[in-house]
Design a protein around this ligand. Structure first.
Ligand code: NAP
Length: 253
């Protein structure tokens, strides 16, 4: 019998960054496909806005600063209880544009804390035998095309996203025997609150230039959420250790 390979009915998926942009759309898409979503973010009001966009009660809100590693671990352990987890999307992230002369070890550390360390901390917890569904689990890190190609002023951001791209491969090898797949997605520019705050958005000429670098134009959050749903689903069950580029052609040149 053929069943829908992209169906996520009953799958329990933990999502960081669920209060905004890509994480919020991942929550909506996964919930629409039948999944139960654990929504993580710091801003309770915006997490509730995400929940209000779902037309059912297949969600739980977890208000947490994921760079407070021990507290986040404690909170997740309490909320998840005996649940078996089918997937994690680490969509929380911070971006900056800084020339080398303004980079300090402290700034580097603070971007790594959210983009990389927090994602690894939660992955470590959820992939424990206690939580990982023994029938299979899928971890998706949201990296960026800036982890693969460069841009002026993007050194710190690129360093963090490149770490996710390369770490994904080793984690995939380490966790394959537990039927846990690990992949990352590298988006080009997608229209989210992060993009609204970007330097190039403040200047029409710069904005149009960045847009022109994407042959298919800027992306929408759905473009990334659909790719995430695929990697979480049975449809992606032979895919691990890869970096799925979702960039409207940005890196094709
Ligand atoms: N938009 C793009 O063009 C684009 C392109 C490539 C890659 N990405 C990546 O995609 C991911 C999502 O980006 P976005 O555009 O959706 O950004 P966004 O709209 O600014 O959302 C960022 C999310 O990260 C969460 N977050 C940040 N720091 C956190 C912390 N310490 N603890 C808990 N949550 C935290 C925020 O939650 P709170 O505000 O509730 O704390 C928010 O939900 C990021 O990793 C970004 O680097 C984005």
């Amino acid at each position: 019998m053929i069943t829908n390979p992209f169906d996520l009915t009953g799958k329990k998926i933990v999502i960081t960054g669920a209060s905004s942009g890509l994480g919020r759309q991942c929550a909506i898409t996964i919930n629409f496909l039948g999944g139960f979503v654990f929504l993580i973010g710091r801003n309770l009001e915006r997490l509730q806005e995400t929940a209000n966009l779902l037309d059912n009660d297949r969600y739980l809100i977890i208000e947490a600063d994921i760079t407070d590693y021990d507290r986040t671990t404690d909170q997740l352990e309490k909320v998840l209880g005996e649940s078996k987890i089918d997937g994690l999307i680490h969509a929380a992230g911070v971006s900056t544009t800084l020339p080398l002369r303004n980079i300090t070890p402290q700034k580097l550390h603070s971007f790594f804390e959210t983009n990389v360390y927090a994602g690894i901390n939660i992955t470590k917890l959820l992939t424990k035998t206690k939580f990982a569904n023994p029938e299979g689990m899928s971890v998706v890190f949201i990296a960026s095309v800036m982890g693969v190609v460069g841009e002026l002023g993007k050194t710190i951001y690129s360093l963090t996203k490149g770490a996710l791209v390369s770490g994904t491969k080793s984690l995939a090898l380490e966790l394959a025997s537990k039927k846990i797949r690990v992949n990352c997605i590298s988006p080009g520019v997608v229209l989210t609150p992060m993009t609204t705050k970007a330097v190039y958005t403040q200047n029409e000429e710069a904005y149009n230039l960045v847009k022109s670098l994407h042959p298919l134009g800027f992306g929408m959050p759905e473009d990334v959420a659909n790719a995430c749903a695929f990697l979480l689903s049975r449809g992606g069950e032979w895919i691990t250790g890869t970096n799925l580029i979702v960039d409207g052609g940005y890196t094709a040149k």
